[in-house]
Design a protein around this ligand. Structure first.
Ligand code: PEP
Ligand code: MG
Length: 576
């Protein structure tokens, strides 16, 4: 038995037989040019045929109700139609007389390198996959090559591949795929999106998978633990038994949690919590509504800005914000203004490379310097608030100056809309994220002026403990249950409540079942989390008495040692 490890892209446990999918190498090497005119014409023809295929694919997946895939193929169409890419390929042929294949290879190679430069983020990887998919499609057309497709599979197949591109996944024989394993890709890769849409387990970043697994071998893919995926090749009977048991218990838990989806998040002694979703795009609401959530506590708008080489216009932003409001029919939508910088590269902003990006030019600091861009976003958010419960939130606020400067820009945006006679909600709530330690110490003063506060524990933890959230070398120092983090949250909650304002938590801590009793006990009003965490969190709320959560919080706030504090939280959790 061989065991491999990887990252969970879609949760679950799959038992099946492997199909190893190795796409052909499509390169321009050895292709002779037939002269500038002919090559330009061949390229034009290949582009037209690729566009035809992509629109057919978009329609196919749309009719299968796969919104995400339809979106992917639409964005690939824009790559093919993109005047600059097309122009650059034609210019390459004109300048060097090379073959259309060589022009495709060169120009797509340059774009690939540009996205690589932007960093190892999931979003960039997804763009690279789109570019690669389009490149392969154009090359297939030019070289006249058809590739093996995945449209006919045996029942219970686990597809293993170095990488799966959107067009591979679109033609895949979905009825018979029960798992996917790829060597590359991140948790927002296309493989992950498709697997989640189909509700089948998937693992990505599994080094050596296509070499270590052979066709028809028995494979068990265990993606049931968020800590990481395990892949057992030719499992022994003990492993097979252990995993079948695990799978059975998992199914039981899923049905238990599914039965609670429509229950209000109220504790047995009547304390009501607000559960909201963290989203990056309107599509993320699919999972959120499946899990019975009706509000958004954090709309990370930077994803709109990462999508294109240009800044999104007011209309593009308005459409996205409005789409979220429409789908929630009246529920709260907290739009967080752009949080550029740090780990989030925005192609259109060309932010400087910095030695300490998390302590650098980030979020509100960038928005305040780019006033027109900031105002454009605020106008779009304000317009979306007409007849809807939109709230605006500023990220990375250090203290009163930041808040007041941001608020002044918002006032200008309001004035401009009033002049244009465009409607918006005059009483819209405006709040701040508390994610910088200085804001914790200024929480009283901030609470006096804002409408609400939401605690960003991801950043707050890294800044309080001076432990970079992205750096595995200091991950042992990144302790969300450090007494300083817990006390900081408590301090903010007290400050907000003294002024009669509501307070939420929208960092990852809000989606950790273990943290729920203590957050609730300290008085946090709202928990906003990744939609997938909702069922477990709701389950904890339904089973925890508020009075017990309050005594836990009181007790925990006296503990001075991190290990002891975490142990107390775990002990209490096990008791529930
Ligand atoms: C946070 O810092 O906790 C937060 C929610 O914001 P982000 O993760 O987007 O920085
Ligand atoms: Mg943050």
């Amino acid at each position: 038995m061989v065991t491999l490890r990887g990252t969970v892209a879609s949760p679950g446990i799959a038992f099946g037989q492997a199909v190893v999918y190795l796409p052909r190498d499509l390169s321009a090497t050895g292709v002779k040019s037939r002269g500038k005119d002919q090559e330009t014409a061949r390229l034009g023809e290949a582009i037209e045929r690729a566009l035809g295929e992509l629109s057919a694919l978009t329609e196919k997946v749309k009719s299968e109700a796969s919104v995400e895939l339809a979106h992917i193929f639409r964005s690939q169409q824009t790559i093919v139609e993109d005047d600059s890419i097309r122009g650059e390929m034609n210019a390459e042929i004109a300048a060097t007389g090379c073959s259309a294949e060589a022009a495709v290879e060169k120009i797509f190679g340059q774009y690939h390198a540009m996205f690589e430069e932007l960093g190892e983020k999931d979003y960039n990887r997804a763009r690279i996959a789109d570019l690669e998919d389009v490149r392969r499609r154009l090359m297939r057309k030019l070289l006249g090559v058809e590739e093996v497709d995945l449209s006919h599979l045996e029942p219970a197949t686990i597809v293993v591949a170095p990488d799966l591109l959107p067009s591979d996944t679109a033609v895949m024989d979905r009825a018979n795929v029960c798992g996917m394993i790829t060597e590359t890709g991140g948790i927002t890769s296309h493989t992950a999106i498709l697997a989640k849409t189909l509700g089948i387990p998937a693992a990505v970043s599994v080094a050596g998978a296509s070499q270590q697994i052979a066709v028809h071998e028995e494979v068990i893919l265990d993606s049931s633990s968020p800590e990481g995926a395990r892949i057992y090749v030719n499992p022994d009977s003990q492993t097979r038994y252990r995993l079948s048991e695990l799978s059975r218990r998992r199914e039981e838990r899923i049905s238990l949690l599914a039965a609670e989806t429509r229950k209000e998040p109220v504790t047995p002694d009547g304390h009501r919590m607000i559960l909201s979703a963290n989203i990056g795009a309107p599509e993320d609401l699919d999972t959120a509504s499946e899990h019975g959530v009706t509000s958004v506590g954090l709309f990370r708008t930077e994803f709109l800005f990462m999508k294109s080489a240009r800044l999104p216009t007011e209309e593009v932003q308005y459409d996205a914000y409005r789409a979220v409001c429409n789908r929630l029919s009246g529920g709260m939508v907290v739009i967080r203004t752009l949080d550029a910088g740090g780990d989030k590269a925005i192609p259109s902003l060309a932010l400087p490379r910095e030695a300490n990006p998390f302590l650098g030019y980030r979020a509100l600091r960038v928005s305040l310097d780019n006033r027109e861009m900031f105002k454009t976003q605020l106008r779009a958010a304000l317009r979306a608030s007409a007849g809807a419960d939109v709230r605006i939130m500023f990220p990375m606020v250090c203290g009163l100056e930041d808040w007041r400067r941001a608020h002044a820009v918002l006032e200008e945006a309001r004035g401009e809309l009033a002049e244009r006679r465009q409607p918006f909600n005059e009483r819209l709530q405006v709040g701040v994220m508390v994610e910088i330690p200085s804001a914790v110490f200024m929480a009283d003063e901030l609470a006096a002026e804002v409408d609400f506060m939401s605690i960003g524990t991801n950043d707050l933890t890294q800044y309080l403990l001076a432990a970079d959230r992205m750096n595995e070398h200091v991950s042992a120092y990144y302790r969300p249950f450090h007494p300083a983090v817990i006390r900081a949250i408590h301090r903010v909650v007290e400050a907000a409540h003294r002024r009669g304002k509501w307070v939420g938590v929208c960092g990852e801590l809000a989606g950790m079942p273990l943290a729920i009793p203590v957050l609730m006990g300290m008085g946090v009003d709202e928990l906003s989390m990744s939609p997938r965490s909702l069922p477990e969190v709701r389950h904890v709320i339904l089973g925890t008495k508020y009075s017990q959560a309050q005594s836990l919080a009181q007790n925990v706030l006296t503990i001075k040692d991190t290990d002891a504090l975490e142990a107390e939280i775990r002990r209490n959790f096990a008791k529930e």
